[in-house]
Write a protein that binds this ligand. Structure first.
Ligand SMILES: NC(=O)c1ccc[n+]([C@@H]2O[C@H](COP(=O)([O-])OP(=O)(O)OC[C@H]3O[C@@H](n4cnc5c(N)ncnc54)[C@H](OP(=O)(O)O)[C@@H]3O)[C@@H](O)[C@H]2O)c1
Length: 327
């Protein structure tokens, strides 16, 4: 099969190769998927740059993708052959990810893709939508609540806004850094947009909520936004963070948060509990079937240019989900 891979950490243009590899076979409890699209996430680039060890002779990157099951391994219902699916955790603790024509992976990580969702769109679901779901709903329903989604135009943030509306949040506030990102967050369904660079975000959020604050925060940068969080979170509210890139070791205002009984939840999508994964997959598919989710497909690349896909992901200079299309 045609695939992209790297054998050591390094710059995308220096370590990513494209060529032929053996086509994997579906093992016990696995399905093989003929991939049409591979989703690229910041985590894929970070892994290639060194955040995770290269524990195998080579790594085919990317965890997310979509295609059609073409082989069911022993113990898997053969009627799944021919099913359109999206996949998650493709390259997590395994060498062979989705930057390839085929992937063999556990049958429960290949989820039915509704007919209304294209393969390129399906390749955006794994990490972004499941992370957003866990951050938003990991501490119970949000119906009737006020939800703040920071980085609302990001791949995760966009799904955070959409899922919050789908789950019945009364008000969704999104933070962004530009008018283009404001438009993306509005399209996702945010009721209010705050530019966290040009406005005093805490004051504006309190104004928008008549001084009441927010019940739940889907947080893209825990450390950087901690002061805003501690100013706007309601009593018994939850801040659920999936990144803290600019301030990896956040200063934690214990007494400010403690006085409000604040719950701080950290989310790591690859290892979230199985029940949370099942719940996220079920809700995401349901929301797709109900026509309530749009999918922010961003820049597209071919399998010959996975290096280009990684480079743009690292630049941060795009809106949506980077996708590699596989012929
Ligand atoms: N823990 C997990 O399981 C998990 C899962 C998915 C992603 N992640 C991580 O989460 C981060 C975002 O992932 P993504 O795929 O959503 O990336 P993305 O599509 O690049 O989106 C990130 C968004 O956040 C905005 N942003 C950055 N700093 C911000 C801040 N301090 N306040 C408000 N907005 C801010 C960015 O825009 P501006 O910079 O213009 O504001 C951008 O729109 C990455 O570091 C990724 O590795 C973690």
């Amino acid at each position: 099969m045609k695939a992209a891979w790297y054998e050591k950490h390094g710059l995308a243009s220096e370590v990513i190769q494209v060529g032929e590899l053996d086509t994997p076979e579906a093992g016990e409890g696995e399905v093989r998927v003929r991939l049409s699209a591979s989703g690229v996430n910041p985590s894929d680039s970070k892994g290639r740059l060194g955040s995770r060890p290269v524990k195998w002779p080579f790594i085919v990157p990317h965890s997310d993708g979509a295609g059609v099951i073409d082989q069911a391994g022993p113990g898997v219902d053969a009627s799944r052959v021919g099913e359109r699916v999206w996949v998650f955790n493709g390259q997590w603790e395994r060498p062979l990810g989705t930057a390839a024509e085929y992937i063999a992976l556990p049958a429960d990580t290949a989820i039915t893709l509704p007919d209304s969702v294209s393969f390129a769109e399906g390749a955006c679901l794994g990490i972004p939508a499941m992370t957003a779901h866990r951050a938003l709903l990991g501490d119970g329903p949000v119906a009737g609540m006020t939800v703040l989604v920071t980085g609302a135009a990001g791949a995760v943030g966009n799904y955070g806004v959409q899922l919050a509306k789908w789950a019945g949040a009364a008000t969704v506030i999104g933070t962004v850094s530009s008018e283009e990102k404001a438009e993306a967050a509005r399209r996702a369904g945010a009721d209010h947009i705050v530019n966290y660079r040009t406005e005093n975000a805490a004051e504006r959020i309190m104004e928008l909520t008549d001084g009441k604050g927010v019940d739940r925060i889907v947080e893209v940068d825990l450390g950087e936004n901690m002061l805003v969080t501690s100013s706007v979170i309601k009593n018994n509210g939850t801040v659920a963070a999936y990144a803290s890139m600019r301030t990896p070791q956040p200063v934690f205002p214990h007494y400010d948060l403690m006085r409000n009984n604040v719950n701080v939840r950290l989310v790591f999508v690859y290892t979230m509990p199985d029940e949370a994964k099942r719940s996220a997959c079920g809700d995401v598919v349901r929301a797709c079937e109900e026509g309530r989710l749009s999918h922010p497909v961003g820049p597209k690349f071919s399998l010959d240019d996975v290096a280009g896909a990684h480079e743009i992901t690292e630049s941060g200079n795009y809106i949506g989900n980077v996708v590699v299309e596989i012929e």
